[in-house]
Every structure is written in C-alpha cells, then in structure tokens.
Design a protein around this ligand. Sequence first.
Ligand code: ADP
Length: 455
Amino acid sequence: MKKNVILIPGIVSILVLVTVQAYIIGQIWGQKDELFQIKYRQMAIEALEYYEEELRINGFDTALYMVDYYSSVVLQSNEFASASIDKIDYLNNLIIQEVRNILNEHQYLSELLSGYFVNHGFDGDLTTHIAINKFELIKEENSHTVYINREDLTGRAYKSKILVTQFINEDNHHRISFNFYIDVADKQAIILGEMLISMFMSILSIVVVVVIFIVAYHNLTEERRLSDLKTDFINNMTHELKTPLSTITVASKTLEFEKVINDRDKIIETARMIGKQSVSLNQLINLILEISIWERTEFEPEMKQMAVGTVLTDIVDSFRAGYREVATINSRISLEGLTIKADVTYFTTMINNLLLNAVRYSPENPMIDIKAYSNGREVIINITDNGIGIDKSHQKLIFEKFYRVSHGDIHKTKGLGLGLYYVSRIAASHGGRVELDSQPGKGSTFTVILPLNSN
Ligand code: ADP
C-alpha cells in the first residue's frame, strides 16, 4: 500500500509532464505552421509581382482569355438562351465546373513559382490551386446577366493550402473573382525538420524523468525488501541464539540438583550437552562475525592450486560420516589428476552448505547424490537431493542474502538465509557459478561450475 503512495503520484506527474510537453509541442507546431504560411505567401506574392514587372504577364492571362471565349460561346448557345428555370441551376454548375477546369489546367504558374522559390532558397515542390468565389456572364446589351452562387471556400480541401491572393477580373463576356492557393508538398516535413531539436529535447526530458523515476522507485522497493529481509534475519538469529542458550541455562540448573551431582554419568552427559550447545553458539557467533567481515572488506579468497577430486572426496567422506544415520549419500567423483585454483576453506564451506541444505530440506529418507566430472574446461559438481524442492518463483531469490522460502507453517527448518548467498559468492569469486534445477515435491539439483586451470 505504501508503494502506491509513491507510485501513483509519480505516474500522475509523468502523465502531467507528457501532457504539458505535448501541448507545448502542439503550440510550437501551430506557430511554425503560421510562420511557414506567411513566408511562402510573401514569397509567392513577390514572385507574381516579379513576373508581372519583368514579363508583363500575370500568370492567368491565357486561362482568363479562354474563360472569356468560353463565356461568349455559352452566351450565344441556344440551349442557354432558352433554358427553363429548373435547368438554369444545372447549367450554372456545368459552366462553373468548366471555368474551374480551364483555370486550374491552363495556367502555368506552378513552374514559374517553383523556379522563383528555388532561386530564393525555398522549397520548390509545390502545386497551385484556384477556387472560384463568384463568376458572372455579361451579356453585351446588358439585358441578361447570370449570377452564379459563390463556391464554398472553407471546404476542408483548401484548409491545408496557403492562400496567396484574391483576383478579380472583368472582360467582355465575364466577370470573375477567385482565390489563388499554393500547396507545398513537403510542408509537414519542413516544419518537422525545424522542430526536430525541440521535439527531441522534450522527448529526452520525458525519458530522463521516467528513467530517474524507475531507478528511484526500484531502489526504494529494493531497500524496503532488504530491510524486511534484515528484520527476518534478526528474528531468525535471535531464535537461533536463544535455543542453545536456553538449553545451556537449563542444563546448568540441572547440575545443581542433588540427584545429578551424585550421578557421574548424568554430569558427563549434561556437560557434553553444554559443550555441544556452546559449540553451536560459537559457530553462530562466528558466522555473524564472518558476515560483517565479508560485508566490510572485499571478498578475497586465497587462491591456491588444489587437487579438486581429492578435496571433494574428503569433504563428502567426512560429511557422510557425520550424517551416516540421517541420510544416504552416494558419490561419483571423476576428477582424477585435475586441479583448480581455489581457496580450500571457502570451497569446503560451499560444498558443505549445499550438502547440509540437501539434508535439511529433505524431510523423509534423504538420498543425496554427488556427481563430479569435467568437460575439459570446467569442473562440474552436481548435488542432487530428493527433498521438498523449490518453486520457480523462488529459484533466483534463494541466492540472495537473508532470503528464505517460507512455507505454510513458516520456517520449519531453522536457518538464517545465508548459506546459498555464500555459495553463490564463493563460486563467483572462483570465476564460476551455481545453477539450480528443482521441482517442488521431487527434489533439487544444485550444480557448481568452476573453471579448470587454463594451463
Ligand atoms: P537457510 O537454509 O539458512 O534458510 P540458504 O541460503 O541456505 O538459507 O537457503 C535459502 C532457502 O533456499 C532456504 O530457506 C530454503 O527454502 C531453500 N533451499 C535451499 N536449499 C534447498 C534444497 N536443497 N531443497 C529445497 N529448498 C532449499
């Protein structure tokens, strides 16, 4: 729940940031677009003026001449003169369509403007468009004038185009007013190109904020997890320390009983028990000391040449002797003549931890198989048990410091969650690794892989 206190405001702030950035980009885009239109309109007007001055053409001469000729033909046609009221609309449409075609197809401004634009360092890939506002036929005797409805200019088709200017022209047979547009094909790309840096910066800033947030959040949850693990560890440790201590307390009290004082065997048994518990207390305290030493200094094993087969056989033999009554231990060690560079003490701790876990986590008739061989480059040591196994979700985590799998009835087997942590650290410090293959309810195989001497 506490996680959400950070997660939700964090995500909301990121969303706000993204929205603000998107809004700003949208605004900048709008401004750039407007500026683009102003620049290109200005340039188009300049171009038209230039051609009018230099070449004495306004660019529409040919087309307008054709429109006027067409108008005279229309005016003289019988069909037009005798058109009924309902037919007039239809004719109007035909006429205006034809005029639009003439204007859009028979004017040569695209090329002229394009050349002028390129000469002035502008993009020359453009098309021109003409939209008619009003068109009238003028009958010579002035007895018959046809008005044609204004065209809709706010249509979407023209929204993206740049309005350059409005022309009004009157000739013998017609009067026309139309808008002249240009359309620059690469407009979006050009604006995008201009905005690339600001867009990149804003995306970068969002990415940086998101990354910082993720890292901070991850660190925070990690810290919390570690602190939870530490609390667990302290609880376990207290429990572990208390058990031998209370046994010692009870045992020493027993020694005060009159009945016991006279019973030599009982005294020896109690003394032994006290001794045994002191040893395990001592081991625990050493372990804790060791942890703090390992934490403070770099983990540096003393590497020496070691006949790995012999050392491993010794470890397994003495372990087997210690657990003869508890577990069946089989071994196949085929490492004759092979040496590795290793710290004997750490190596022994590592194998012992794995063997001990194999026994501890195999509640019924532990059967432990140790198989060791080499593939020519590495020494491979498999330790397989028939124990409770480890669920997939825990398999990576159990190598972490203080991590313990809690079962329904909480920790049945006592421990501090450090054994495998040391195993993996020792393997890593020897240039090797530990792998795990396990099936809950069936058993586990821990595999230690260490590099052989390269020479
Ligand atoms: P500890 O045994 O003190 O809890 P370890 O680091 O040795 O700490 O092991 C971490 C956890 O991994 C144990 O709590 C146990 O749940 C699980 N585990 C280790 N070895 C085995 C095994 N051979 N079979 C099943 N579970 C194991």
